[in-house]
Design a protein around this ligand. Structure first.
Ligand code: SF4
Length: 378
């Protein structure tokens, strides 16, 4: 049995149900109608109970769409998850919500169950574009929900925004940014549309029927959004995340700091005792198996070092190379010195004291930078 201080202090809980299927989405999710939602919640709470967790610093309920559950189901889930927790330890409790699903009743359920951060899947404020990407809410839902959440006492609200959508123009992006700023929120997560396999958008693209902005426009949008958010007092503290002081996501920082965490629910990933695992998916496989974990991979030293770099470099503060050398008992300079020098010459990386961190250009080309840190197998 693990001693208390070695247990992870963060948990991710996956709710794989949605009230709509968005055209760009490749997450583990299904349309909620006729799904065994109550059985799923029962199995999920049993999976959590088996770990005997009494203290967490961060708890994150994602999906899918947690607010696709009914108010009663949401209440059973949240109260079940928190009933054995020492709530004085719980710093950040986030629930993802779809603006179209978030009723007054559900907001009251969130409040009652100690949720203190709500992540709204806004994507864009343009109703035509929302329809075009398969979302079921409209911009007015977002304004209404934010007002209601604030009235209920939620000040820590984050919204997801996607840019480079099909048919989107710079003027649309400027309007989205103006709307975000008018809401006066403390956190924004920003993503460029990525075409994933097995999505409606990928099928359309293959048939030549997706009108995406050019790479230049994509870059212009990216720069415009970053500049506008920074001018408005947001710090670009991670590749995709912007927060006002004190509102950086503690849960997400835990991932980027390469800490361990539990992952519960169908298709959820976790990292416990040096083992990265993934749970069964789809839902009926998850329900059928007593051992919920299907993939378990003990990381080698090389993999651990690579992950530390890939995750750490996502943050604006980057990686502390002295701490890296101490943590892994390796000489960072001897292993990565040459790579770092080359990336600095290409203006993708900067070094200051013991820290290396990406430039804006590096952040935009994230994966290309990460690849250069991959080590050859021995
Ligand atoms: S983007 Fe979110 S709401 Fe849309 S299908 Fe994917 S998980 Fe569901």
């Amino acid at each position: 049995m693990k001693t208390a201080q070695h247990k992870p202090t963060s948990a991710y809980v996956h709710i794989p149900f949605c009230t709509q299927i968005c055209y760009y989405c490749d997450f583990a999710k299904v349309y909620i109608k006729n799904q065994p939602v109550d059985d799923y919640i029962t199995a999920l709470l049993a999976e959590v109970a088996a770990e005997n967790i009494t203290a967490l610093k961060t708890l994150y309920i994602g999906g899918g769409t947690p607010t696709a559950l009914s108010s009663e189901q949401l209440d059973r889930l949240l109260s079940g998850l928190t009933q054995n927790l020492d709530l004085t330890e719980l710093q950040e409790f986030t629930v993802e919500a779809n603006p179209g699903d978030l009723s007054d009743e559900k907001i009251a359920v969130l409040k009652k169950n100690h949720v203190n951060r709500v992540s709204l899947g806004v994507q864009t404020f343009n109703d035509k574009l929302l329809k075009k990407i398969g979302r079921s809410h409209n911009a007015q839902d977002v304004f209404d929900n934010v007002a209601k959440l604030k009235a209920a006492g939620f000040d820590n609200i984050t919204i997801d925004l996607i840019y480079a959508l099909p048919g989107q123009t710079m003027a649309d992006v400027k309007q989205d940014v103006a709307n975000i700023l008018s809401l006066d929120l403390p956190h924004v997560a920003l993503y460029s549309l990525i075409l994933e396999n097995h999505t409606i958008f990928m099928n359309k693209m293959r048939r030549g029927r997706l009108d995406l902005p050019s790479e230049d426009t994509d870059f212009e949008m990216y720069n415009y959004i970053i500049d506008s958010l920074q001018d408005a007092g947001f710090e670009h503290y991670e590749i995709s995340n912007f927060g006002k002081a004190g509102y950086e996501s503690a849960h997400n920082l835990m991932y980027w700091n390469n800490a361990e965490y539990y992952g519960f629910g169908a298709g959820a990933s976790g990292y416990v005792d040096g083992v990265r695992y993934k749970n069964h998916v789809p839902i009926h496989h998850y329900l059928e198996h007593a051992d919920k974990q299907v993939v378990k991979e003990k990381l080698t030293l090389k993999e651990q070092m690579e992950e530390e770099l890939f995750l750490g470099l996502r943050k604006k503060s980057g990686v502390n190379i002295k701490q890296f050398s101490e943590k892994f008992n390796q000489d960072f300079e001897a292993i990565y010195g040459q790579t770092v020098t080359e990336l600095i010459e290409k203006q993708l990386l900067e070094k200051s004291g013991n820290h290396i961190f990406m430039t804006r250009q590096g952040l935009m080309l994230g994966n290309d930078v990460f690849e250069t840190f991959l080590l050859d197998d021995d």
